[in-house]
Design a protein around this ligand. Structure first.
Ligand SMILES: [Zn+2]
Length: 366
């Protein structure tokens, strides 16, 4: 349904031209079909089905990863989630050498640049990368090498958010954070937790120690909540995990006191409408609470979550939001500004991007 205020659809080229950041995107959700086919050939791994339908979410139940993890990764909440997570495990299992890891990280930066994204936080959940079990720090180092090369080539700058899996034990989580803090791997800027809260129930308490250790060591905190959980998941993220950002958080709209808290604490929501609609959190874009969250005064960013398997790009998702909700140029400049503010980029990078955005907004009047 078109928003009554919708005018001409803002074209994707204008959206790409906006200097901006992306803050809720999973590296596991950005492998291109070419990346997958190349990795499968290099490793001599047969495809689980026809190459042309690898990204068909309805086909993912056919995936049979040798070591299947539970929960984790991307969005959550539909019958297709377990198949989707097996698909992520299968594809990440194809990344076996440091050179291959560096290549997928470099490809991510290039993909972000193609959307006009100048800085990105990317969520990396090592539990999906099953050939690196016990060597998570080596994986991070290989990914950082690819991100360094991308940076040198003038592509999107990237910081990594190391993600715990919601089904991990408190000890596993605390050990992972202790290793992270001791090694202080370059380009890791934050601790994250993702996975399906419908399966695990409330997990704020069990990760309290891990997030406190991360905060004490100066790592930022971003937490998946308010997607497969209701407002209580967002309260736990704020009160127990010291979250600075919430990934999704859309169900905060159900609790006026929580909305007030998000505004008072300056906590940004990393909203991903296409992911929510595809995975069945909301039946359609028209019923998505994005405009209501904005109207309530919550700082909202607009992100892709898992763009490759969702078959999308950031500019396509912004264009659909503009069409559905009647956003014009000024609103999109607002989304770009909030994406920069909410990012975990260093202060100089943020200041530079804010100045570029201001110059762009002036040159292209609404
Ligand atoms: Zn996500």
């Amino acid at each position: 349904m078109l928003h009554p205020n919708a005018t001409a659809r803002i074209d994707e080229e204008a959206i790409r031209a906006l200097p901006k950041a992306e803050v809720h995107v999973h590296l596991e959700g950005t492998f291109s079909l070419l990346d997958l086919l190349t990795l499968a050939k290099e490793n001599g791994v047969p495809l689980p089905g026809p190459a042309a339908t690898l990204f068909d979410i309805s086909s993912h139940d056919a995936f049979d990863a040798p070591e299947v993890t539970t929960g984790g990764g991307a969005g959550a909440g539909s019958a297709g989630l377990s198949g989707f997570l097996r698909f992520l495990d299968w594809q990440c299992g194809l990344v076996r050498t440091p050179a291959q890891a560096a290549r997928v990280a470099y490809a991510f930066a290039a993909r972000q640049s193609a959307s006009g994204i100048r800085y990105s936080d990317v969520i990396v959940n090592p539990t999906h990368w099953n050939t690196w079990r016990g060597r998570e720090l080596e994986l991070l180092d290989a990914l950082a090498a690819g991100l360094d090369e991308a940076d040198q080539d003038g592509l999107c700058r990237v910081g990594m958010a190391y993600s715990l899996l919601r089904s991990q034990s408190p000890t596993e989580a605390e050990d992972a954070v202790a290793a992270l803090v001791a090694a202080s791997p370059r380009r890791v800027v934050a601790l994250s937790v993702d996975g399906d809260e419908k399966v695990t129930g409330r997990t704020g308490e069990k990760f309290q120690g891990a997030f406190a250790a991360a905060a004490a060591a100066g790592l930022h905190r971003t937490v998946h909540a308010g997607e497969s959980s209701g407002p209580e998941g967002v309260w736990d993220a704020i009160d127990l995990l010291q979250a600075e950002r919430i990934d999704h958080g859309v169900r905060s709209i159900e609790d006026p006191a929580l909305i007030e808290r998000l505004i008072a604490d300056g906590i940004t929501l990393g909203v991903c409408p296409r992911s929510n609609v595809t995975l069945g959190i909301y039946p359609s874009w028209a019923e998505h609470p994005l405009p209501r969250l904005l109207d309530a005064g919550v700082a909202v960013t607009l992100n892709t979550d898992d763009p490759a398997p969702l078959g999308s790009t950031l500019e396509a998702d912004w264009a659909v939001a503009a069409q559905q909700f009647g956003f014009g140029h000024a609103e999109l400049v607002g989304f770009a500004g909030r994406s920069i503010d909410a990012s975990f980029a260093d202060p100089d990078t943020k200041a530079g991007l804010r100045a570029e955005l201001a110059a762009h907004a002036e040159a292209v009047p609404a």
